[in-house]
Design a protein around this ligand. Structure first.
Ligand SMILES: [Zn+2]
Length: 293
């Protein structure tokens, strides 16, 4: 991801040149000769604006995607925290409509994600005609993530064989859930860009079919725009998730916006434990593989 201060510098530069541009047009309307100082400012402005316009596009992970292209008519903070209906959002499609094998019917992803995934699966089938590859889990709106989180928080669903109600320290309890599950409002599964494949068991990817799929994905998925989010050997964040892949052309700008909106206090959610744990969100959201930033 582009560092935040770099983005801010960028924004400031643009704002400064806009403001100054306005002032200098006022100066022009006076129809009097420009004093030397103003001339120098205008020359400087010209150089700055040429510099801005000619900066390499590679420094911008959005590839120029506009807010409308990313979120449609949904407000970005609601979209990014999963507080919208992906099943009726115009940017989403069902996996069966896209011809992508899935663990159950009705799962949805962004159309751009399914297009790229279809192309990738075509290549995979060519290389491994006898190996089954499917999407196990796709977009999850806020309420489904809330269901997962609260079932663990309230002990209905065990975490590493434990009933978490026995852990009284809310921060510790949250950290245990956070090994594998995101807090509602902070999951990349809200975005329609991320999905889990075949098995959610790390051991599956250590040998046999799972290993073949994993190694194939590491070598080939980037050609189709996909990156592994929770890589091995990171310092913190969620555990290694060899099953969780992301369509970066959309998810990189979404990650940037999630951070911006979180910092602006716009990503706000309410669930069991949120008071104690929501400040942990940026740490988990941003401790990801370099290829996804
Ligand atoms: Zn996942």
């Amino acid at each position: 991801m582009m560092p935040k201060n770099r983005r801010n510098q960028w924004k400031q530069l643009l704002q400064t040149s806009e403001t100054m541009g306005y002032e200098s047009s006022v100066a022009f309307s006076r129809k009097d000769a420009l004093p030397g100082m103003q001339k120098r400012i205008l020359t400087l402005l010209f150089i700055v604006s040429v510099g801005v316009a000619c900066s390499p596009a590679g420094s911008d992970p959005t590839n120029g995607a506009s807010e409308a292209e990313l979120y449609g008519n949904t407000q970005p903070h609601l979209y990014l925290s999963g507080q919208f209906d992906p099943y009726s959002h115009v940017g989403f499609t069902t996996l069966e409509k896209a011809g992508i094998p899935a663990s159950r019917k009705g799962m949805v992803l962004r159309k751009e994600t399914t297009e790229a995934l279809k192309k990738m699966l075509f290549r995979f089938k060519k290389d491994h005609p006898n190996i089954r590859f499917w999407v196990q889990s796709a977009t999850r709106p806020f309420n489904s993530q809330k269901g997962i989180w609260e079932a663990k928080w309230n002990g209905q669903r065990k975490v590493s064989g434990m009933d978490l109600r026995t852990i009284k320290d809310p921060l510790k309890r949250a950290r245990m859930i956070l090994e594998y599950s995101s807090m509602p409002g902070t999951s990349r599964h809200h975005w329609g860009t991320d999905f889990d494949i075949n098995s959610l068991n790390p051991a599956y990817y250590r040998s046999g079919t799972g290993k073949i799929i994993y190694e194939w994905m590491l070598a080939n998925a980037p050609d189709f725009g996909f990156c592994l989010v929770y890589t091995e050997g990171r310092d913190g964040g969620y555990q290694w998730e060899p099953w969780h892949w992301s369509y970066r052309p959309l998810s990189a700008p979404m990650l940037r916006d999630w951070n911006r909106l979180y910092d602006a206090n716009k990503i706000r959610t309410n669930f069991s434990g949120s008071d104690a744990a929501f400040h942990l969100a940026p740490e988990y959201v941003n401790t990801i593989g370099a290829a996804c930033k």
